[in-house]
Design a protein around this ligand. Structure first.
Ligand code: PLP
Length: 789
């Protein structure tokens, strides 16, 4: 009854996926059957594919537990500085395969499942994905957790356990419809609830300020924060770190429906980085404070109960030596006034001491310069929800503006640096709060970090230049190569050895293979074939695998729905045109998510990274494509700039204006009509859309898009059009020469080492957090070991 597992047969015995031995396979099979029986209470007559998935997940989880406990014991005994990564999103994707890879169990599990007569891929597909993020920012947090564990850092991810993740996108008649993502419906084998660590979080109330006494926050409403821990295994080092996500539980009369379900779609949309929502959504501010308040209580408990502190008198002087907190964008910014509140109101530190410790503890990562995505909370809302915090922010602002009065005659500068904006209703500028309350501020690619220093936060960087840094984003090679593209990963291991999995700079060795055009061709062909079969199955479209797979990232802003409808309408016309035939197909991949990215990226020939220069902070999709052997057509924006630097500009397809050109154009004014009038192909395309060629039943359907393009296109799409078309001609020419194309592909893969999140995290560790990555390999639980020897 066993079906042949083609992938598996091809997977050679390369130890990047662990060693297969008779013993460990037998043990895994035993564990699998035991869980089927005792955990799932099933026999094989009544099992569903989901049961098989759960049985395997529990079996693999068994191998995590001992390592997890041992790692945490080690942290307790050795008491290293802890790193806390605070994020409102952790876009993790599936855990099963990642766990098998990082524990070195993948080959053995493959063999065990094969011997049991099951199909590993079918099982993997059963895992519900934790959609606790919505794009690059959340995925970055997930890649960072993997790297921090792999580098042996005593790190924790802290966030929210949303009961409903990012919505599932369905396309009906070409339009987007959202469906609730009930990801916890069947239970989640990867988390452990910790009711014993439940903590209260306060909201509303008022500040009691009796004469001569310290202010007190009273009459609050309480929500309980319940922690759920998810293990984060490092790659083959027996380290297992923790991601702790807080879930909201009712207490007294707090209306929890608001918190979790109410206005669900809106709440999910509100998490979108580029959605113009920061006009004061109470639910969102509640969530932001909720995660921060629960996390800081946990951080302080851990600090106080560390072995060192238990023995002597309690002091917070060493706090910044023992705790580093990284703020993933401004979303957890309330941690700054919250830590001040704890220090001053509860721990009774004096203000200046508290402020010095706070500043040395926090660091802030900025993710965008788009004005609509910079958080600004109305003072009125904050006063209602968090009155004591607002007071603290006002006091911080007063002191901060005293400092900035180094420039007494420069009222503009003082106004531009205030934590409180006055124009258009008083609002707290959360980015300013983060800059003032942190010892380091970083952008996420060189060009983005420059823009921050020169432009968006110029006044701040002139005052404290040493505060500002760059940390170019990265991606974990475990998920974004070993997991999603096993054929390529194994081929590389055969060619240059296995070390590259932990040291991606070794990919440079591939430069010796650029003339071996067969090196990668077969793997890419297999990946394309596989993806074509997937499209056939899911979308009922027949694409020619020999055609170029040209992939654009999904738009995520407010015009998204209209643009999606336009894409699907164009697809209807193109895909049914008998003259075009199989030469060109347009497919909108619905419900883009981590597990779909894992399928499409390894099959991609051309990666489109076409933001107008100065608008994409970094991008990480671009890095995944590069590592997996796609060539990039892109502007000199975000990390594309550094990709061109690493691979040589001649090995990317670079087009369009540079940041300086865009700045020049901003001064002189952008007139879309000019381009429309002078570029005949562009004119024809726009006219076709306008005339209803793609929407015959409703010719005006896309008027909003047309209107936007002509009158308020902040991305100036037409301005780069000509250069883009010309660049696509170069792409086509190279694609026809497959040998040359493959040479360039290999050069790109060889140059992608810099974009490992391991490199990024090493830099955060040494240049921001003040901790050292280790090669320490904690022995597995089967071997005796004392943490302090
Ligand atoms: C990597 C990733 C992103 C970020 O991609 P960009 O192209 O950098 O915006 C978004 N969504 C998913 C599912 C990803 O894997």
């Amino acid at each position: 009854m066993a079906t042949p597992l083609t992938d598996q047969e091809k997977r050679k015995q390369i130890s990047i996926r662990g060693i297969v031995g008779v013993e460990n396979v037998a043990e895994l099979k035993k564990g699998f059957n035991r869980h089927l029986h005792f955990t799932l209470v099933k026999d094989r007559n009544v099992t569903t594919p989901r049961d098989y998935y759960f049985a395997l997940a529990h079996t693999v989880r068994d191998h995590l537990v001992g390592r997890w406990i041992r790692t945490q014991q080690f942290y307790y005994e050795a008491d290293p500085k802890r790193v806390y990564y605070l994020s409102l999103e952790f876009y993790m994707g599936r855990a099963l395969q990642n766990t098998m890879i990082n524990l070195g169990l993948q080959n053995a599990c493959d063999e065990a499942i094969y011997q049991l007569g099951l199909d590993m891929e079918d099982l993997e597909e059963m895992e519900e994905v934790a959609g606790l993020g919505n794009g690059g920012l959340g995925r970055l947090a997930a890649c960072f957790l993997d790297s921090m564990a792999t580098l042996g850092l005593a790190a924790y991810g802290y966030g929210i356990r949303y009961e409903y993740g990012i919505f599932n996108q369905k396309i009906k008649d070409g339009w987007q419809v959202e469906e609730a993502d009930d990801w916890l419906r069947y239970g989640n084998p990867w988390e452990k609830d910790r009711p014993e660590f439940m903590l209260p979080v306060h909201f509303y109330g008022r500040v009691d300020e009796e004469d001569g006494k310290e202010p007190k926050w009273v009459d609050t409403q309480v929500v309980l924060a319940m922690p759920y821990d998810t293990p984060i295994p490092g790659y083959m080092n027996n380290t297992v770190n923790t991601m702790r996500l807080w879930s909201a539980h009712a207490h007294n009369d707090f209306n929890l429906r608001d918190f979790n379900i109410g206005d669900y779609i809106q709440a999910v949309l509100d998490r979108n980085l580029t959605f113009p929502f920061f006009e004061g959504k109470e639910l969102r501010l509640k969530q932001e404070y909720f995660v921060v308040a629960a996390t800081l209580q946990d951080v302080i408990r851990r600090f106080k109960t560390s072995k060192r502190n238990c023995s002597g008198p309690m002091s917070f002087d060493s706090f910044p030596d023992k705790v580093a907190i990284q703020l993933n964008d401004t979303h957890p910014a309330m941690a700054i006034p919250e830590l001040m509140r704890i220090f001053v109101d509860i721990e009774k530190l004096d203000w200046d001491t508290a402020w010095n410790i706070t500043k040395q503890t926090f660091a802030y990562t900025n993710h965008t310069v788009l004005p609509e995505a910079l958080e600004r909370w109305p003072v009125e809302l904050m006063e209602k929800l968090l009155p004591r915090h607002l007071q603290i922010i006002y006091k911080l602002n007063q002191i901060h503006l005293d400092v900035t009065s180094l420039f007494p005659d420069d009222m503009d500068r003082i106004r531009s640096m205030s934590l409180i904006e006055e124009e258009g209703g008083k609002r707290v500028n959360m980015a300013h709060l983060c800059i003032v309350g942190s010892h380091k501020v970083n952008g996420v690619a060189e060009i983005h970090s420059d823009i921050i220093k020169r432009d968006v936060f110029r006044d701040f960087s002139e005052l404290e230049p040493e505060k500002f840094q760059n940390k170019t984003n990265g991606i974990t090679p475990r998920r974004w190569l070993l997991l999603c593209n096993p054929g390529l990963a194994d081929l590389i291991a055969e060619a240059i050895g296995e070390e590259y999995v932990k040291d991606m700079t070794q990919l440079q060795k591939l430069n010796d293979l650029v003339d071996d055009d067969a090196f990668i061709r077969d793997v890419q062909w297999d990946n394309k074939l596989k993806f074509a079969q997937y499209l056939e199955k899911v979308y009922k479209v027949d694409i020619n695998p020999a055609s170029m797979f040209d992939v654009h990232a999904a738009p995520g802003y407010h015009m998204a729905k209209m643009i999606i409808k336009l894409i699907t309408s164009v697809a209807d016309v193109v895909n049914n045109d008998p003259v075009v035939g199989r030469k060109l197909k347009v497919i909108y991949l619905e419900n883009y998510r981590v597990s779909l990215a894992e399928k499409v990226i390894p099959a991609t020939d051309l990666s489109e990274q076409i933001s107008i220069a100065g608008t994409e902070a970094s991008g990480t999709g671009n890095m995944k494509f590069m590592l997996n052997g796609a060539l990039t057509i892109g502007t000199m924006d975000g990390a594309n700039v550094e990709m061109a630097e690493e691979a040589g500009e001649e090995n990317l397809f670079i087009f369009g204006m540079r940041v300086e050109d865009v700045a020049e154009m901003d001064k002189e004014g952008y007139d879309a009509l000019e381009y429309y009038e002078s570029l005949s192909e562009l004119k024809q395309a726009i006219n076709q859309i306008k005339s209803g060629y793609f929407s015959p039943k409703q010719p005006e359907m896309f008027n909003d898009i047309i209107n936007m393009l002509f009158h308020h296109d902040q991305f100036k799409v037409f301005a780069d059009h000509e250069s883009y078309v010309e660049c696509q001609e170069r792409v086509s020419a190279l694609y026809k020469d497959q040998r040359e194309w493959t040479r360039v592909v290999i050069k790109n893969i060889a140059a992608s080492g810099k974009f490992s999140s391991d490199c990024t995290i090493k830099e955060y560790a040494t240049e921001i957090w003040g901790v050292e990555p280790t090669d320490l390999k904690i022995p597995p639980p089967s071997e005796p070991w004392s943490p302090l020897t």
